[in-house]
Design a protein around this ligand. Structure first.
Ligand SMILES: C=CC1=C(C)c2cc3[nH]c(cc4nc(cc5[nH]c(cc1n2)c(C)c5CCC(=O)O)C(CCC(=O)O)=C4C)c(C)c3C=C
Ligand code: FE2
Ligand code: FE2
Length: 362
């Protein structure tokens, strides 16, 4: 029997591939109506103003990474690993970035030319947000229509509570925790900071399920880890606009750790790849803050990248989604996750009997 030809489209945000790409990348990002929610007429101008203001700090950040984002290269590694993890399919992964190459249209053309039996849309964002997955899927739909791509589509909107995903993250956290513990004197406490990308508060108030799903991911990871008495906290990083963002911020969490005289192990719970917000913000800026505030230790859990457990989880998610057709977690033409304010229908089943949040150590 012939293997089914499955095109898996991996979505991520994208990052500049050279110093010259930083400004246009930022303009693309802030021109997205899902990111900058202002009237259409003033958006292009405002996007340019904000982008211009961010070019200098962003350029300094990317300079630390050699002048470019590593995101595409790491996503390509994930793509090859996922293809290898699905030997029962003739699977090919295509990458669609939202704000820099390869854009959705480039990916849609390549998918069309490959001629798949089915297209599986798989965002590399475990938690759904209108600013990330929602925006990427809107761009994809437009691109697919514009290049005349016609094939049955299965859309996965989120997998924040998936058991295999949580187990893969838990394995990474538990390994890093053991290493950090071994490096610390026994009398020093260690707190796990689950640091997710933040969002403006107004976006959450408008019904974006992201914050809820981040908290559910953390509960699932703690359940999969199964280590009793862990001191932990959820916090939000990468504030990018002057509005009020959801909190507590990762800076505040570090200040609290300094006050409590505990070391921290930072787990980037909403990111599946290393990029500027992990390699610079977490590894350079927040580390410096922790050292300045005399936090007794600062450690980080690596992003999953092409970790075999994480890739196996993605393969399982892909298999199950394709098996269940477009009913698993699809949008059915809607712009937001069907979960709206809460759990996705399929994720709710996975998340049954979540553990009670563990109390933070005094
Ligand atoms: C209002 C601004 C932003 C929102 C909302 C936002 C949401 C959001 N972003 C990610 C993941 C990534 N963001 C990345 C870069 C990036 N994001 C913003 C702004 C918002 N993000 C900016 C201005 C930038 C550029 C970097 C900078 O100027 O500091 C990246 C890629 C970075 C790279 O190195 O390649 C990712 C990935 C999530 C998950 C999210 C909401 C849930
Ligand atoms: Fe969903
Ligand atoms: Fe971002």
């Amino acid at each position: 029997m012939e293997k089914p030809r499955v095109a898996i489209v991996l979505f991520n945000l994208g990052g500049p591939d050279s110093p010259a790409a930083i400004k246009p990348f930022l303009v693309n990002l802030f021109t997205d109506p899902a990111i900058l929610r202002v009237p259409r007429l003033i958006r292009p101008l405002l996007a340019r103003i904000i982008a211009r203001a961010r070019v200098k700090p962003a350029t300094a950040n990317y300079a630390i990474l050699g002048g470019r984002s590593p995101l595409l290269e790491l996503t390509e590694q994930q793509a090859r690993a996922l293809e290898a993890a699905l030997p029962e399919w003739d699977a090919r992964c295509f990458i669609a970035m939202r704000y820099w190459h390869p854009f959705s249209r480039e990916a849609a053309r390549a998918v069309r030319d490959w001629g798949p039996d089915r297209v599986l849309l798989l965002p590399l964002y475990p938690q759904y947000s209108t600013t990330t997955t929602g925006s990427s899927l809107s761009a994809w739909r437009e691109a697919a229509a514009s290049v005349g791509l016609v094939a049955p589509v299965t859309t996965l909107c989120c997998y924040y509570a998936d058991g295999a995903y949580a187990a893969a993250i838990a394995a990474l956290v538990s390994r890093a925790y053991a290493e950090a513990r071994a490096a610390l004197p026994p009398e020093i406490g260690l707190r796990v900071l689950f640091s997710a990308h933040g969002l403006p508060e107004t976006i959450i108030k408008a019904g974006d399920p992201y914050q809820h799903q981040v908290e559910r991911s953390v509960a699932q990871v703690l359940r999969a880890w199964g280590a009793p008495g862990i001191d932990w906290q959820v916090c939000y990083q990468s504030r990018a606009t002057p509005q009020r963002w959801i909190g507590p911020s990762t800076e505040e969490a570090i200040e609290r750790a300094a006050h409590d005289k505990v070391a921290v192990l930072v787990e980037p719970i909403a990111f599946v790849s290393e990029h500027s917000e992990t390699l610079v913000e977490l590894d350079v800026e927040y580390r410096e803050l922790a050292e300045r505030l005399r936090v007794p230790g600062y450690f980080r859990v690596p992003a999953p990248n092409d970790d075999p457990g994480f890739i196996a989880a993605l393969a399982r998610i892909a298999r199950r989604a394709a098996g269940e057709g477009d009913g698993l977690c699809s949008f059915a033409g809607r712009r937001t996750c069907p979960a709206a304010h809460g759990d996705c229908p399929h994720a709710r089943a996975e998340a049954e009997a979540p553990p009670a949040p563990l109390p933070l150590a005094a």
